[in-house]
Design a protein around this ligand. Structure first.
Ligand code: IFM
Length: 744
């Protein structure tokens, strides 16, 4: 597989995009693709998973660790940075092995010095990060190299550290960073080993007293006499622990570093690469006939793997992964509806962590439902730890008045609880793992069903239950009645709750008694919902075969995104909400009815799928990166893979291409797009290859774009790794190996 991306030259406007594009990570932390000498003005970020802080009225967001890769060169007292005048500069990401490399040459009075650095976030040791930093010169010159920790971190709603205390012990630099509004702290250590090639072989260099002190930086300084053929190589190890993962984080950091020693670099690099080999054995796709698509999907899978929580069960994936503090580091429906499938079919233990995260979040969901006067579990729209909702009441700033606009995402995106249930069902069906049922999983599903029951209303004289005042996936139309997607998912949740109760019964009387002790009034509740799902109103296709998105949608002005865009008085105006340009029109932000049809395509004829695709696509702005893959899925189900292809590519190239919206006013909203990445995988495997699992058996119903000759991909099912090949007129499934027990 092509396994790298590269960019040459310097362009200040690409700092944000490249930070995402060249991101490395290991589920514990994500490290933006910035230069070692950069400081926070260039958006250096090491975003940590699952540790948050809130300052004043700012949004609660994940914290960034002090920058442990901070390393810079001084020539005659002047710091060398990359800018338009730099002799040459390139950045490369080897996404097969998660190695980010940069190569920069500066022309100095004595000749050209070239710096090559390579860094990794270790895939087996989640708290460990390593870097190699190599200098070569074509003339005699003396440079000072400063290698340490930069405590002045980039934040969106910070600063999150009340204080950072630096210390040194046995040549190791330590930073203890105390978080502003909690008792948590983040500890970082870094050790440096620097050698120079001499005639006699490599010789270690000594630390000199730093003559280049920078504020909030603790560093070691080395005087480097460079001459041609005598390169200098610095190897650094850094460790990070927070009080969330160790009772004594400073000690754990120090221990992690002292246990290593420079001789371990090659061994650690090897184990890191072996882990990636294992991941690619379970993931790599081959598309014969389209190398661009193949690269896009594998690069997308790289991005999913660097944010997958492997170090701890019960963490999930945030909407922008670990690429920044954007979207508050919160978990949305993106995980269950777009991302989970890839992990189910490659690393089911990661998918289990997503489900566990929701089970642990039940407390927050019960509390949220109560606060709105509902019963059961109303999951957070933007979920942080323990299911707390980070979504603010005001998510948008009006560009004209500069006042916050009341949005209703938190209050009304009620489909989120059904996404949680969808994720649980998918996991259970795929793995057969019932262990989460009595650990709160069954209760979670039942409480979600209770939530939907408490939303149901019946109009006088009407037979069916309705759900009013919601926001469906299309966020431009707030507070609508009977959103087709939401009503369908509510009925699904109620049905699945009954199935779950039956599953627990099948586990035996002890299990059922246990469930009764966990769930209030279980038996009455079950009898009340036993025939409820069919009585929830479902939107049926009209005479033209089109399903109305919500009550009154067809009466809205029928126009197109292009026309609506022309009405904007300011390029950053919000399209939805109370007074947006799309609000009174049929223009929608993202797949909504199409999202519903992509999930329940089996319940509709091809003709209905096609009529809805044809109706909604020209009315969809695709203003969310979650939209295109839903359209691609439905296009495949209609049997039109060439229609699906551009939507699939849009999803697959969201991060490799970059260029998406980076700023909303002064707030950075850029980052990677994990849901889009997961959506691209779904399009390829479940759409083009037509994969489904029926009674535990792999089924394939290929529908390849004309120019594809074949797709090959691995698949984990029931503890076995398979390799699948699909062409226009054949399919084959080959058993590669049985997996060890750790995989479900
Ligand atoms: O979950 C999505 C939502 O559907 C559209 N806005 C962005 C969210 C996070 O990706």
């Amino acid at each position: 597989m092509k396994d790298y991306i590269e960019r040459s030259g310097y362009d200040a406007s690409l700092i944000g995009d490249d930070g995402n594009r060249f991101l490395i990570g290991n589920g514990y932390a994500g490290i933006r693709g910035t230069m070692e000498e950069d400081r926070k003005d260039r958006m250096v970020g090491i975003t940590l998973a699952g540790i948050y802080d809130q300052v004043g009225k700012g949004w609660r967001e994940p914290v960034n660790a002090p920058n442990f890769f901070y390393t810079c060169l001084y020539h005659q007292g002047k710091k060398l940075v990359v800018d338009e005048k730099t002799e040459s500069h390139s950045q490369k990401l080897n996404y097969r092995y998660g190695i980010r490399e940069r190569r920069t040459s500066w022309k100095l009075s004595e000749g050209i010095v070239t710096l090559t650095s390579r860094r990794i976030a270790h895939m087996v040791e989640p708290n460990l990060f390593m870097m190699e930093y190599e200098l070569e010169a074509d003339g005699e010159m003396t440079l000072n190299l400063s290698a340490g920790i930069d405590g002045d971190v980039w934040d969106i709603h910070g600063p999150h550290y009340a204080q950072i205390m630096f210390s040194r012990e046995d040549g190791i630099i330590n930073a203890n960073a105390y978080i502003q509004n909690s008792n948590d702290k983040v500890c970082v250590t870094r050790s440096n080993h620097i050698r120079q090639k001499t005639k006699a072989g490599y010789e270690f260099m000594t630390v000199i007293e730093s003559s280049h002190k920078e504020e909030q930086v603790s560093a070691q300084c080395f005087e480097c006499h460079l001459s041609p053929g005598s390169p200098i190589v610095l190897r650094s190890y850094a460790a990070v622990f927070s009080s969330k993962d160790s009772n004594t984080p400073a000690k754990s950091c120090y221990g992690a570093i002292t246990d290593l020693g420079w001789k371990d670099y090659d061994r650690l690099l090897k184990s890191h690469m072996e882990k990636w080999d294992d991941i690619w054995d379970r993931s790599e796709v081959v598309i014969d006939g389209d190398s661009e698509a193949q690269e896009a999907v594998n690069y997308s899978l790289y991005h999913l793997n660097i944010i997958a929580p492997r170090h701890k069960q019960g963490l999930s994936i945030a909407a922008r992964g670990l690429s920044a503090q954007t979207y508050k580091g919160a978990v949305f429906w993106d995980t269950e509806m777009f991302i989970e499938d890839y992990f189910l079919f490659s690393q089911p233990e990661v998918a289990r962590s997503f489900v566990k995260y929701r089970v642990d979040g039940l407390k927050g969901a019960l509390k949220k439902a109560r606060s709105y006067g509902f019963e059961g579990a109303f999951y957070a729209w933007e979920s942080q730890e323990e299911g707390e909702d980070a979504c603010s009441d005001y998510n948008v700033i009006d560009v004209f008045t500069e006042r916050p606009v009341r949005t209703y995402f938190r209050d009304k995106q009620m489909h989120i609880s059904s996404a949680v249930v969808w994720g649980m069902k998918n996991y259970m069906e795929h793995t057969g793992d019932t262990s989460l049922l009595l650990e709160g999983g069954a209760r979670m599903v039942i409480e979600c069903a209770r939530f939907y029951r408490s939303l149901l209303i019946k109009r006088y004289g009407h037979q069916q239950y309705e759900i009013h005042d919601v926001i469906g996936p299309d966020e431009y139309h707030e507070r609508v009645n009977n959103n087709a997607y939401t009503n369908k998912m509510a009925a699904f949740t109620v049905d699945y709750a009954l199935e779950v109760v039956q599953m627990v019964r099948d586990l035996g009387p002890d299990a059922y008694d246990e469930l009764k002790s966990q769930v209030k009034d279980l038996e009455n509740f079950v009898s009340e919902i036993s025939d409820l799902a069919p009585r929830i109103l479902q939107k049926e296709p009209n005479a033209a075969g089109v399903i109305e998105q919500h009550d009154g949608y067809f009466k809205l002005e029928d126009t197109t995104p292009a026309k609506v865009k022309k009405r904007l008085k300011h390029p950053k105006e919000y399209w939805g909400g109370g007074h947006g340009v799309a609000t009174d029109t049929q223009v929608i932000k993202q797949a909504d009815v199409i999202a519903m049809l992509s999930l329940f395509h089996d319940s509709y004829t091809k003709d209905i799928l096609e009529r809805n695709f044809d109706y909604y696509e020209p009315r969809t702005e695709h203003g969310s990166s979650l939209s295109a893959c839903m359209y691609a899925m439905v296009a495949c189900k209609i049997g039109k893979p060439d229609l699906a292809y551009p939507f699939f590519m849009k999803s697959g190239t969201a991060d490799i291409r970059g260029g998406g919206k980076q700023w909303a006013g002064l707030v950075y909203i850029g980052g990677t797009h994990p849901a889009s990445a997961g959506g691209a995988w779904k399009n390829l495997i479940q759409g083009f290859a037509g994969l489904s699992i029926v009674s535990g058996q792999i089924q394939l119903d290929p529908c390849l774009p004309e120019h594809f000759k074949a797709i090959e991909f691995p698949l984990v099912l029931s503890g076995k790794l398979h390799r699948i090949k699909v062409t226009h007129d054949s399919t084959s499934v080959q058993l590669v190996k049985r997996l060890s027990k750790e995989y479900v």
